[in-house]
Design a protein around this ligand. Structure first.
Ligand SMILES: Nc1ncnc2c1ncn2[C@@H]1O[C@H](COP(=O)(O)OP(=O)(O)O)[C@@H](O)[C@H]1O
Ligand SMILES: [Mg+2]
Length: 274
């Protein structure tokens, strides 16, 4: 077994110890039916980092997350997680990677306990007693123990998100990928989720890649933020660098102004449909 998987070193960049894994994205492009949706992306995510990806709707954020999760392959270029192709079975056996889907992706027919116990049961990781301990521990971290016997349809939006994160934690992930974890939540619950993501990084050894529209999440808890527009990574930097940007396109994206004299939707009408 490759020893890099579980090396217990402290990452100088993030200060996180233990077995978080890094991600390398090298020259990747992705096309569907000849239409390119991601163009020549290059970046690395450090072990233990909180790396946030922002960008307008349709800019390719979810596609990029699926490529990193190994659910799809790039058309060209390479993605590696801890140096390995995430699409390969052997990588999935070796590196624990969990994706928190935008819609939660909980099984409606199972209660919260069974949703969380599904992965450890399938992977035969321990007897039912140790699975119960893991499940209850994860629910406790997210302060949703009370939901253990409820079905997903009985949960509020914020609880659903927290249960989805708890389900990912049961997998004891080394890499956590979040797709819009605060979408459809009120500002207070969004701040709570941001705090949870930051806490998980500090208390556990996990690398986090977070796709979001949530500017306050990005500028508060990220180590670095990348901005995707039309499938291209137009900038990559620390929250401080982003806050100090003079680039009008970035300023407009981060602080869009409502301009009733010159409304945006009038400009949209004159653009060719994509
Ligand atoms: N499976 C697919 N087949 C064809 N086109 C896709 C597929 N998945 C995503 N796309 C297209 O790729 C672009 C980026 O999508 P996506 O990554 O979902 O955007 P977002 O940044 O909103 O998450 C969109 O134009 C979308 O229609
Ligand atoms: Mg998306």
């Amino acid at each position: 077994m490759d020893s890099t998987c579980c090396s217990k070193t402290r990452n100088p960049f993030t200060g996180v110890e233990a077995n978080a894994v890094g991600v390398q994205v090298a020259g990747i492009s992705k096309s569907y039916s000849g239409v390119e949706v991601l163009t020549n992306l290059n970046f690395e995510v450090q072990p233990g980092e909180i790396f946030v990806l922002m960008g307008p709707s349709g800019s390719g954020k979810s596609v990029l997350l699926r490529l990193i999760a190994g659910l799809e392959s790039p058309t060209s270029g390479t993605v590696t997680v801890d140096g390995q192709d995430p699409c390969l079975e052997e990588t999935r056996d070796r590196v624990r990677l969990a994706l928190v889907f935008q819609a939660g992706a909980l099984f409606n027919s199972l209660n919260v306990y069974d949703n969380l116990a599904l992965y450890p049961r399938e992977h035969r990781s321990g007897d039912e007693k140790s699975i119960r301990e893991k499940v209850m521990h994860a629910l406790k971290i997210l302060s949703v123990e009370d939901a253990v016997n409820k079905f997903p349809s009985e949960l509020s939006g914020g609880m659903k998100k927290r249960v989805s994160i708890a389900r990912a934690l049961v997998m004891e992930p080394q890499l956590l990928l979040y797709d819009e974890p605060t979408s459809e939540l009120d500002p207070v619950m969004s701040a709570t989720i941001s705090e949870i993501i930051a806490t998980l990084k500090n208390e556990y050894s996990v690398t986090s890649i977070v796709v979001t529209h949530d500017r306050s999440l990005a500028l508060t808890i990220a180590n670095r933020v990348g901005i995707l527009m039309d499938g291209k990574l137009i900038t990559l930097g620390t929250p401080e660098e982003l806050k100090a940007t003079k680039d009008p396109k970035l300023i407009d994206f981060l602080h869009p102004k409502i301009d009733l004299q010159n409304p945006r939707f009038k400009k949209l009408e004159t653009q060719e449909p994509k």
